[in-house]
Design a binder for this molecule. Structure first.
Ligand SMILES: Cc1cc2nc3c(=O)[nH]c(=O)nc-3n(C[C@H](O)[C@H](O)[C@H](O)COP(=O)(O)O)c2cc1C
Length: 230
């Protein structure tokens, strides 16, 4: 039986590449297929495009778009499907008060039209006897999906750790016993000249990563400090 699909959505109907497309422009389907095909064997183009950019335009982001970002995050897998993520979207006066709690190095986030707070508590997710508390892991995965969704719609979603957590929790009414894991600064791309020289260089420079050999081993764990820089 054919699956329902929304306009502009591709639904794979089988594993040999037959898809169903509903939309006004059949060429849209061809463009999406071409993109997917050309990315075959490569890292997903959205993952390649995502960067923690800092130059943000102050243009407001519609509520439904912000909700869509959280919807994407909410599709993340979690231990026992516990869904430990709790988001608070700050706008207006709350946003201004959150901005006042940012650390100095995060001056650039003051032009953001919205900031999402992500909080959780270890009791909201699996706690295994060897110390594996999975709530932070689950929230990290949710954040990853949120960032990819943002990239897809041309938004920047930049997670940060530099803020006064007690002050932000107070502003947003997040219970003391929760961990305020990150703030996710959201906005459209803005003017790079507003950034410090250091940040402008990062913004316009190539993405920096350790070589894959420093983080990937086959069959036997490798002491990363031995391989770093190789
Ligand atoms: C948990 C976490 C905390 C971060 N905190 C900050 C921060 O306080 N300020 C900032 O400018 N960037 C922050 N970042 C962004 C990182 O600097 C950035 O992800 C890293 O340099 C890699 O760059 P990329 O995301 O563009 O690939 C943070 C990222 C993560 C995941």
């Amino acid at each position: 039986m054919a699956q329902e699909c929304r306009a502009g959505e591709l639904i794979p109907l089988d594993r040999v590449g037959i898809v169903r497309w509903r939309g006004d422009d059949p060429e849209g389907a061809i463009a999406v297929l071409t993109d997917l095909r050309s990315a075959e064997g490569e890292v997903n183009p959205l993952l390649q495009a995502r960067r923690s950019y800092r130059a943000l335009a102050p243009d407001p982001i519609p509520h439904e778009t912000l909700v869509r970002l959280v919807e994407a995050a909410h599709l993340a897998p979690s231990c026992f499907n516990n869904q430990p993520w709790r988001f608070v979207i700050a706008e207006g006066e709350a946003l201004e008060r959150v901005k006042a709690a940012l650390s100095g190095g995060n001056y650039w986030a003051k032009s953001a039209p919205a900031i999402l707070a992500l909080a959780s508590h270890r009791d909201l997710d699996c706690k295994l006897s060897d110390g594996r508390d999975y709530y932070l892991f689950g929230c990290g995965m949710a954040t990853g999906l949120l960032m990819i969704q943002a990239t897809q719609i041309g938004l920047i979603a930049h997670p940060i750790a530099g803020y006064d957590p007690l002050a932000v929790k107070e502003v947003l009414g997040i219970p003391k016993e929760y961990v305020l894991i990150t703030l996710i600064v959201v906005g459209k791309p803005g003017d790079v000249s507003t950034l410090s020289g250091k940040h402008r260089a990062i913004e316009l420079g190539p993405r920096e990563r350790k070589p894959l050999s420093a983080v990937l081993a086959w069959n036997k764990f490798t002491d990363l400090s031995q391989t770093e820089g190789t």
